[in-house]
Design a protein around this ligand. Sequence first.
Ligand code: 5AD
Ligand code: SF4
Length: 471
Amino acid sequence: MSKRDSVVLSSQEVEKQKDKILEIKHLLSDRKNKKAFIETYGCQQNVSDSEIIMGMLCEMGFKKTENKDEADIIIFNTCAVRENAELKVYGNLGALKHLKLKKPDLIIGVCGCMMQQEEVSKRIKSKYRHVDLVFGTHSLYSFPELLLRVIKSGSRVIDLLDTEGHIAEDFPVKRQEGPSAWVSVMYGCNNFCSYCIVPYVRGRERSRDKASIINEVKNLANEGYKEITLLGQNVNSYGKDLDEKIDFADLLNEVCKIDGIERIRFMTSHPKDISDKLIDTMAANKKICKQLHLPFQAGSNRILKLMNRVYTKEEYLEKIEKVKKKMPDITLTTDIIVGFPGETKEDFEHTIDVLEKVRYDTIFSFIYSKRGGTPAAVMEDPIPMEEKKENFDRLLDVQDKISYEKNKVLEGKVMKVLVEGMSKTDQSFMTGRTEGGKVVNFKCDKDMKGSFADVKITEAKTWSLMGEIIK
Ligand code: 5AD
Ligand code: SF4
């Protein structure tokens, strides 16, 4: 058995699961108009996993619905990164009890990162008896087999693999509407940042084979997708576990060669791993969007050390300088944690300092949430929540100003926008994104969904831009 045999799901296993899909389709063939609803919590990796689950459900004969009340099957794909996401899941799951009483045939499933934690799955088992199916990230690909067991036996099925999940290729995927698609290039994380649950619930880093990724992107191009985002918890580790000598920059170059795909994005990069080669590859390749999401988490070197981030504030800023020098118009985004155990006012000032030096376009900021089983969970934390919240609010104030200023300079410029569809808030507007990933809303009397439009920016807002189409 080669090293890869234990990572990639065997074709026999894939075929077995596909047979289960057909068996379910057959079993449920007298139930016309079956509908499936998936609620996804957390990161893009979960969004991508949900697209695979929905793909399987569609092959079983279900139609996708956005309305829980009319669904015959409801799946919650959960996130364990912060406590508030978990609380939301418990709340929303509790609310399904009434629906199940009204519709006893309704199948309720819960999957994703939360389920990889033993105490969570135990709680679901004992307190949420209306849940029919529980499975973790590692058993994603056995979903057809598990669902078939639920349907045949009419009893609850709880499946929690604690061995690492396989990479499975060739399953159907039901993607979100629009011109952009997510493509996972690797799963898991080896970094063990001290606050983070991801390595425990998603396992070690596993890269997909280049050929499978290229094949998927070529198919997407043939289907008319224009933009892809390559996904992984730490994309810069791509290839380290493969027999083939390849790194993430090489992969990007290969993806750029595919005709039809005009924009390529990726996330997430770890500052310690972002190489000069990657920066040069980004700068040299027109198809690679000049947008970089580079989480710094905290500005204080003392806190960075406690977080096990393995870089200093100075090293981080140096990398950003390199990036800006090669790509002066780059859009920069980041993740920040406020209130890590013991983070003092003085520590926090360094976070503000990074914000002011880098001048990100957008930030994703979070108040630290204690995750059981991680090293940070047992660190002393004398800082009151009130102070953490004060710091958090200040962070947002500082950033809002920067975001607005960075958008303001775009007023009057003509930007190429990939149109995603109608604006959700005002149907007379279309919405799309710039190369940097900024949202642009603009009046347009024809449906330009899926095509590129030249849009003149007329007004900057803090989180988006208004524009008018250039005829
Ligand atoms: N508390 C708060 N934020 C967290 N993140 C990860 N773990 C935690 C936690 N325990 C944030 C980090 C990461 C993003 C995806 O979520 O900023 O980059
Ligand atoms: Fe979590 Fe750190 Fe891995 Fe990101 S790099 S998933 S923050 S452990």
